[in-house]
Each structure stands twice: as structure tokens, then as C-alpha cells.
Design a protein around this ligand. Structure first.
Ligand SMILES: Cc1cc2nc3c(=O)[nH]c(=O)nc-3n(C[C@H](O)[C@H](O)[C@H](O)COP(=O)(O)OP(=O)(O)OC[C@H]3O[C@@H](n4cnc5c(N)ncnc54)[C@H](O)[C@@H]3O)c2cc1C
Length: 317
């Protein structure tokens, strides 16, 4: 039995797990994905490489700033730009080699099991039991859930765990915008102006980025397109070909011939509503914390800060 089981190896889960492990806790992290990182996702398509979830991150909080400073000195992260299509402002950071390399580095040395989908969480009276889709059972003294909130609530409901009354309405009110993400490998360089990222305001697209300009891939021309939340919601179940066509039509000023493409659906892309605290912890029925970007800000920084807050909550008990 571990001291703490963490469901979700996104930035929140990994930040918490590292903090707890640094304090001598035995921690196990499970994730249904094929690799750690969650929405900090990078993948190849041919010789092109794509960041297709989070594109960059910003820094507001001094505690996060100290961590970013350390990652910069390690060569893990770098300033990509001081603004996109607008006048110079605060730094936007990218991860060298792709956004997924940051969670990958944070997972190093931790016990992280991927391709394990939690199906339910139950408090037995003296421990948490998490049953995976495969029938495997994991036991822990404390439980940290960092999946998007509706998914964490479904795990508790499946295990018949009563929600602390102080949480109920606030957690159930948390909703997320979806995002349809198109990964397009081009036959020629894109026409996206330097530094290679552009927020858009049309009916279809919210963002377009040139991954090659960002330094990803080995010679391929990979462009990431993110659809607007309203377009993503109304075209969620459409066949991929029609969605891709509409996204590429609006992107025509920036992209030429497309060699191949892939559509990714982010059901819980970014939270619209936030919980008023950086994590939600409860002693009853057993030590349980919920964390993630819905708790400390709908972005990479918020996820990391929420994970750190969740670890502090657990350590103080
Ligand atoms: C398209 C898009 C663009 C974005 N752009 C930016 C940006 O430019 N800048 C920025 O700062 N932020 C951006 N974000 C937001 C940022 O990616 C997130 O805020 C952050 O990565 C969330 O981290 P997290 O740990 O809270 O959640 P996640 O990264 O979602 O991690 C949760 C993990 O839980 C796992 N999980 C879920 N259910 C289960 C289960 N039953 N069993 C096991 N594992 C489970 C998932 O596989 C996932 O790995 C973007 C997000 C998206 C989708």
C-alpha cells in the first residue's frame, strides 16, 4: 500500500507527486494515457512534430517563477516570444523539444504507470481502493485526483463515495470548453509570421502555430490549428473530414498544400468555471484531494500551482 495514489500524470499530478516524493512519501501515479503529460501533449506526424495541447505558458506567481527559473537553467524551457501578433509584453515560454518534455522530465524517478484507467475509487474504512479498468486494484492511505473535475467526480460516484457537502455545488458547476485540434503536415513552409504563433478571431479558428518555427521536428512543416470553443462544441461529433476542411479553409492565408492531417478532440480543454481555492481537500470519508487547472487557473501555471497546493494540504495532515 502506498502513502498516496495520484490519478492523472498531467502537470498537477506530477507536481504533487514530485513534492511528496521529495518529502519521503511513497507515491504511485497512474494515468490512462500512453505517456505522462495529459494536455501538455506532443506527437509526430511524418517528420513533423506537433504540440497539439498547451502551446506555451506564462508566469505570474513567484513560486512558479522559481520553478521556471530552475527549468530554464537546466535548458528545459525557454522564452518563445514576448507576444504573438501584438506588441511586446510578458514572456511566453515553450519547452525545448516539445511541451510534453516538461511532464516527461517531472515524471523521471517517480513511479508512474501509464495505460492504467481508474474506473472507481472506494474508501474501505482505513484505505482507498482504486479499481482500474483491467480489474487491477491499487491501495493507498491518501488519494489525489487530478483528472478534469467531471472525470474525478465520476470516479468517486462509481465508488459510491459521498461528496463532502461543502464541495458539491461548487465542483458540480465546473464546466470545460472543448477544443478540436488539427495537426496538419504541410508539403511546404507555412506563411505564419515569426515567431510562429497567431491567435485568430474567425468563426472557426482560435489559434494557429508553426511547430517548425518553434523548433520542433526534423525538417517537416507541422502546423497546429485550434478551433474556437463554440465551433468545437457544435461540430464535436462531425466526421473528421468535414471538420478538417472547414479548419483548413479558414487557415488558407497561412497554409499551402497539406500532405497529411490528424484531428484530435480535447473534450476537457480548458475550464470555464474555477473552484475558489487551489485544491479541494477533505478528511472524510478518508484523506482525499482534488486538484488540477480548474483550481488555480485554466492554464499550465494553474495546474502546477494546484498540484503543489494539493501536496502541501496532504503533508500538513
Ligand atoms: C488545446 C489546448 C490548448 C491549451 N493551450 C494552453 C496554453 O497555450 N497555455 C497554457 O498555459 N495552457 C494551455 N492549455 C491548458 C493546459 O494544457 C492545462 O491547463 C494543463 O495542462 C492541465 O494540467 P492538469 O494536470 O490539470 O490536467 P491534465 O493535463 O488534463 O492531466 C490529467 C490527467 O488525468 C488523466 N486521467 C483522466 N482520467 C483518468 C482516469 N480515469 N484514470 C487515469 N488517468 C486519468 C489524463 O489522461 C491526464 O493525463 C491548453 C489546453 C488545451 C487542451
Amino acid at each position: 500500500m502506498t502513502d498516496c495514489l495520484v490519478v492523472g500524470a498531467g502537470l498537477a499530478g506530477l507536481a504533487a507527486a514530485r513534492d511528496l516524493a521529495n518529502h519521503g512519501w511513497q507515491v504511485l501515479v497512474i494515468d490512462k494515457g500512453s505517456r505522462p503529460g495529459g494536455r501538455m501533449a506532443t506527437r509526430p506526424l511524418g517528420e513533423a512534430e506537433f504540440d497539439y495541447g498547451a502551446q506555451y505558458f506564462t508566469v505570474r506567481d513567484p513560486v512558479f517563477a522559481a520553478a521556471v527559473d530552475q527549468w530554464s537553467r537546466q535548458g528545459l524551457v525557454r522564452v518563445w516570444s514576448y507576444g504573438f501578433g501584438e506588441s511586446a509584453g510578458h514572456p511566453r515560454y515553450a519547452v525545448s523539444g516539445g511541451m510534453n518534455r516538461l511532464p516527461h522530465a517531472l515524471a523521471h524517478g517517480l513511479e508512474v504507470r501509464t495505460r492504467v484507467r481508474a474506473g472507481s475509487c472506494t474508501w474501505t474504512g482505513d484505505r482507498w481502493q482504486v479499481v482500474a479498468g483491467t480489474g487491477e486494484v491499487w491501495e493507498a492511505r491518501r488519494l489525489l485526483l487530478t483528472a478534469p473535475v467531471p472525470q474525478s467526480l465520476a470516479l468517486l460516484e462509481a465508488g459510491a463515495v459521498p461528496l463532502p457537502s461543502a464541495w458539491r455545488s461548487r465542483l458540480q458547476a465546473i464546466a470545460y470548453d472543448p477544443c478540436l485540434a488539427l495537426l496538419a503536415r504541410l508539403a511546404e513552409p507555412s506563411r505564419i509570421p515569426p515567431p510562429g504563433g497567431l491567435p485568430l478571431t474567425g468563426p472557426v479558428l482560435a489559434w494557429i502555430a508553426d511547430n517548425a518555427q518553434k523548433g520542433l521536428g526534423s525538417g517537416g512543416f507541422g502546423v497546429t490549428l485550434h478551433a474556437q470553443p463554440a465551433f468545437s462544441a457544435s461540430h464535436w461529433d462531425d466526421p473528421p473530414e468535414g471538420v478538417a476542411q472547414q479548419m483548413l479553409e479558414e487557415a488558407a492565408p497561412y497554409v499551402g498544400r497539406v500532405a497529411e492531417w490528424k484531428l484530435h478532440r480535447w473534450r476537457f480543454a480548458q475550464p470555464r468555471t474555477l473552484y475558489p481555492e487551489r485544491c479541494a481537500g477533505s478528511e472524510a470519508p478518508g484523506p482525499l484531494v482534488l486538484a488540477g487547472d480548474a483550481f488555480a487557473g485554466p492554464r499550465v501555471e494553474g495546474a502546477w500551482l494546484s498540484g503543489i497546493a494539493a501536496a502541501a494540504w496532504l503533508r500538513q495532515r
